[in-house]
Design a binder for this molecule. Structure first.
Ligand code: ZN
Length: 95
């Protein structure tokens, strides 16, 4: 069973802590193990700039550097899931 509290991924994504550019992934801080939605650009995670993010698997993504507000500095984050549902929501909002 998961010990994660219920999370609202779309409000995490809307938070400035998720970053400003890219597509949403769920990620874990390698410093404090905090889990948070982050936005990454394909090139941040070792992918081609023109890739369609919904086709990506989290296992194929590299670690990326992002600010962790609990650590108080930029740390390395490991992507654990590509949030394709949120990507689709963003797309339909843009149309
Ligand atoms: Zn951290």
């Amino acid at each position: 069973m998961s010990v994660e509290p219920d999370r609202d991924l779309s409000s995490e994504l809307a938070s400035p802590k998720s970053g400003l550019q890219g597509f949403p992934v769920d990620a874990i801080c390698t410093g404090c193990q905090r889990v948070h939605v982050k936005q990454v650009r394909p090139e941040d995670v070792g992918q081609s700039v023109n890739v369609d993010p919904v086709t990506l698997e989290a296992a194929a993504l590299t670690s990326f550097k992002h600010v962790c507000h609990r650590c108080g500095s930029a740390t390395w984050w490991n992507p654990t899931a590509v949030l394709s549902g949120l990507i689709e929501t963003q797309r339909s909002a843009e149309e």
